[in-house]
Design a protein. Sequence first.
Lengths: 287, 277
Amino acid sequence: MCLLFVMPAFVYHVVVVIIPSIKTVFLSFFDWNGISEAKFIGLQNYIEMFTKDAVLPIAFKNTMIWTLLFITVPVALALAAALGVSKVKRHLPQMLYRTIYFLPYVLSASIAGKIWSNFYNPFYGFNTVFEKLGLEKLSQVLWLGNPKIALFAVAFVSNWSWWGFVMVLFISALQQVDPALYEAAGIDGGNFWKCFIHVTLPGIAPTLIFVISLSLMWSILSFDFVWVMTMGGPGQATEMLSTWIYKNAFVSYRAGYANAICVLQSAIVLLIFFANQKISKKVEEIT
Amino acid sequence: MKKIRKTILRTIMHIFLVLLAAFQLFPLVVLFLNSLRSDKEIKSFPIGLPDAPSLKNYIETWEKGGYGIAFKNSILVGICVIAIVLVFASFAAYALARLNIPGKSFFTGYFMLGMSFPTFLFIVPLYYNFSQMGLVNTRLSIIIIYSASYISFAILLIRTFLVGIPKELEEAGRIDGCSEIGVFRYIILPLLKPILATVALIVFVWCWNEFLWSNTFLTTDSIRTVATRFYKFTSEWSKDLAKIYTAGVITLAPIIVLYLTLQKTFIEGLTQGAVKG
């Protein structure tokens, strides 16, 4: 009887999310354009993925670069800022910093990304400012047009919107570290680094693990910023797993093949999800 | 000596924090200032104060971009999604936090998974199914999808909130002969008000911001939501930078205003939902 409380939400979610997901796995064994009859082709899509598709390795590599960037840069930046902000003792400035850092995170990635694209515009964007400042070299950079730079330029914007969120997670973790531990370390003559490594870091370890697995999952699924800023271009320089799926599914109408890539991508994400669940349970047991 | 060193470190730290704040705000300030400048001014130099500030850009952009319709669509979608999510999620969260239901840990685990469920695993078949059912290019399609996507977050957030409040009231209610539904309606629901408001706020912002689904499913201007309308607008008016920056302000401003007035709710809701979920 009491199950009736939870069933509507559960069934609704299963119908809209889980059943289509199972269909994705199923249809990844078919040649299907989305409209006409799907034709069973066994493992053909998967074989194509690993042998014939020249773009997929690039998309995979870019996704990995993106992932590496996002498990390091914003995490380090957020941690440094969180340490700083939590040292600000007065309430008002502390809140102000938090509010400002977090702000870009609540904004739409597609809108913010498009606005940043205009800042990156080689003729009317910030390059004109660099020129005026006498930074000749910087002013000639094609931020979104140079295949070597484009991915980092997009990641830069994505980081702008993301790190403030991570910082707030770190601040609440830091607040839960027992102050007595710092005092004990202080009596021992511990300096900042010693305190950080022996007290702070173990104290925030669960949050750190959580942040890293969240960043991993989120990076592998990352879509909005890349799509609105470069659509995977120039050439394939910023192609990600998600943009490549999107192009296959909705641009070239190879829905069956797109599903095979979806399965690969989701398998990685779900693996991280379950690994994180396991690890955080272990960590909870220790602490 | 030690004191001087401490002061220097302190100053460096403050400079660091201020620079970070400037970095976060700078693009938004430029965006706002440019919305008051003319296209010519922006093209001659992208950063600057307006020569003759005017609201001309706003009037033109609002009309040419059809943002009245886009706002209406986003608000409509937001309200429907909030209603569905709140009803389903508060019942489910109540059951998971309070009732003795079979498979409790299964359901909790399920909704945790639901919260980080990869979007791309279900977008393709859903699109073509909806297309067969004639649902593509209707507001209903994204209402269905958004409510399913955000329900897990809502359940976990409400559940955490419920776990944190004492049970005495409900038990008193049960002794007084309330049914489960009665306890829920007259005792739990009033207690849940603050967290339901948090969920509503966050879900609304997500509906406003969402891009992947709406850009795929909504193709007619008359039903586009704000974020997708803006996206299309930037390609239609790519030559007129003043309009693009103005449109940026128009589409971001409601969220910025909401955020600045209710920042505590935002920050706590979004981070707690992530962590404890």
